[in-house]
Design a protein around this ligand. Structure first.
Ligand code: C5P
Length: 244
């Protein structure tokens, strides 16, 4: 995999025209385009086909499914566009994950969302998570990563702060996808991300893929920003190999 292939760009835009604009602009600079709730809800499943027809980059359908297992299984069965996606996300819940893994039968990579990168220790505590786990989100991430592995998921989503521990414990058994990326050189206003790291550090810590949205989308030169992120990925990979 090239460094570029590890960069996931979220198409967090309200309509197909804007999505196409970013696919055209960044098609040669990112490895995977992510379709999330905003675009999927506004345009429907056909947007996945439209993007797949425009690019050789992979598609990640990030709908973060979370419901009873039978409902999610049926949603996946009725979404034929899922076949175009290389990754889909499901919240970490043991019975749900097992049902989804059985449903897709190895055709799509299932990523389990462990602990959203927008949550910090105080948020976790207010959600009723035991204090010792909330104080160290890493422990919660490891616990949920074990559930994902047991269920047969391809990987997990966690922050770059937890990537090292996950890789140390699960190695190549789980791929790690890391959002909450904030380069030193970027400036994202009114930010909702809490557990953030730079592209370099996320990759050096073991992330297989990083999700970088606003630092590229809101940059004065999005292509230039994507190129800089890929340079950081390259550097992170080099330093990771040296310390391995
Ligand atoms: O880089 P930026 O903060 O703009 O990235 C936002 C994207 O990352 C959104 O598409 C969001 O769904 C995704 N994300 C994620 N998992 C998290 C946090 C954010 O997939 N834990």
């Amino acid at each position: 995999m090239n460094a570029k292939d590890r960069l996931i760009f979220p198409l967090d835009v309200p309509d197909a025209d804007q999505a196409r604009k970013y696919v055209r602009l960044l098609g040669n600079h990112v490895g995977v385009f992510k379709v999330g709730l905003e675009l999927f809800v506004s345009e429907g499943p056909s947007i996945v086909d439209a993007i797949a027809d425009m690019t050789d980059a992979g598609i990640f359908l990030d709908l973060k499914f979370h419901d009873i297992p039978a409902t999610v299984q049926r949603a996946i069965r009725s979404a034929s566009c899922l076949k175009k996606a290389s990754f889909i996300t499901v919240h970490c819940d043991p019975v749900l994950l097992e049902a989804v893994v059985t449903e897709v039968a190895g055709h799509i990579n299932i990523l389990a969302v462990t602990v959203l990168t927008s949550l910090d220790s105080n948020d976790l505590m207010s959600l009723g998570i035991r204090e010792e786990l909330a104080a160290e989100p890493i422990q919660l991430v490891l616990q949920r990563a074990a559930i994902a592995k047991q269920a047969g998921c391809t990987g997990i989503v966690c922050s770059g702060r937890e990537a090292t521990a996950v890789k140390k414990k699960f190695g190549g058994d789980l791929i790690v996808v890391t959002p909450g990326i904030r380069p030193d050189w970027g400036d994202v206003e009114k930010d909702d991300q809490a557990r953030v790291v730079t592209p370099y550090l996320a990759v050096k810590n073991g992330a297989d893929y990083i999700v970088v949205g606003r630092p590229i989308r809101t940059a004065p030169d999005p292509v230039g920003a994507a190129v800089k992120v890929v340079e950081e990925i390259e550097k992170g990979l080099q330093d990771r190999q040296q310390t391995a």
